[in-house]
Write a protein that binds this ligand. Structure first.
Ligand code: NAP
Length: 254
């Protein structure tokens, strides 16, 4: 069952001060706003994505705002191998020595269609980005997360794809599996209280992915990514230290 953040949660100005947080799909609709928000609340963000230009312009925005300087890590999750993940963690180890937050935000969609019409190539690519990448990245980052006094892993789920099964193809199935991945990992880390594992469901948010999925809907009436940032902050903030194995339904609050 989905749950929400406490009604009275108000992020303190520097609630993420000093935290090192890796964000995948950082140049995307939600990813870019989360990255800016986390940096604005004091975190050093590591921006991972395949759109190098988008990452660079996000870097400039964060720098211009006077927030902690981010790190860029261009990477295509579609073809990434074990070695690529190990190279990434070696770089982070050298630069930072630990990881306090890991937000699995990147995802790709396939067409809404019956399963038997799903393009096989799309099937593999979607599962690679949405499921295999978060799995491999989490495994590769585990030692860095253990090196933090308090680390938060957040997976991104989608209740629409989980609860309305028909036609959601590889994307829908990947989000079912992401929930399972989150629950299994949270269970296995139960005796490691310094690492909490949860998932966030952003709800219907105005991004490229949403607009493409629902071309008939008016984008002007969709929730903006900025409006759901409290839920992302809550899960990275120390205040959620004891929250584990939950699916948080993002609330439009600010
Ligand atoms: N928007 C919604 O209404 C909604 C609802 C429920 C769940 N979600 C979830 O929220 C998360 C963010 O989605 P969004 O709405 O912000 O969509 P988006 O704007 O399309 O962002 C997705 C991000 O993932 C990146 N990505 C895709 N394939 C990649 C790859 N092979 N390697 C590296 N990065 C890759 C994209 O990069 P490119 O730009 O280069 O493709 C983009 O930065 C996703 O997990 C999505 O499932 C969104």
């Amino acid at each position: 069952m989905n749950t929400t953040i406490p009604d009275n949660y108000i992020p303190q100005e520097s609630c993420l001060q000093g935290k090192i947080i890796l964000i995948t799909g950082a140049a995307g609709g939600i990813g870019s706003i989360v990255s800016r928000t986390f940096a604005g609340y004091g975190a050093t963000v590591i921006l991972l994505g395949r759109d190098t230009k988008g990452l660079e312009s996000l870097y400039d925005e964060i720098e211009d705002a006077g927030y902690p300087l981010p790190a860029l890590y261009p990477m295509n999750l579609e073809g990434a191998t074990d070695k690529d993940y190990m190279d990434l963690t070696r770089t982070m180890e050298k630069e930072f020595g630990r990881l306090d937050g890991l937000l699995h935000n990147a995802a790709r969609r396939d067409a809404l269609t019956p399963l038997w019409r799903v393009n096989i190539e799309d099937w593999f690519e979607v599962l690679q980005v949405n499921l295999n990448a978060p799995f491999m990245l989490t495994c590769a980052c585990m030692e860095l997360l253990r090196a933090s006094v308090s680390a938060s892993i957040i997976f991104t789920t989608d209740h629409q794809a989980r609860e309305h099964h028909a036609y959601w193809g590889a994307y829908g199935i990947s989000k079912h599996a992401v929930d399972g991945l989150m629950k299994t990992l949270a269970d296995e880390l139960e005796n490691q209280p310094s690492i909490r594992v949860n998932a966030i469901d952003p709800g219907a948010v105005k991004t490229g992915m949403r607009v493409k999925t629902y071309p008939g809907l008016d984008p002007n009436i969709m929730t903006k990514p900025e409006d759901i940032m409290c839920s992302y902050l809550y899960l990275m903030d120390e205040i959620s230290r004891d929250v584990n194995a939950q699916i948080i339904y993002a609330q439009a609050t600010i």
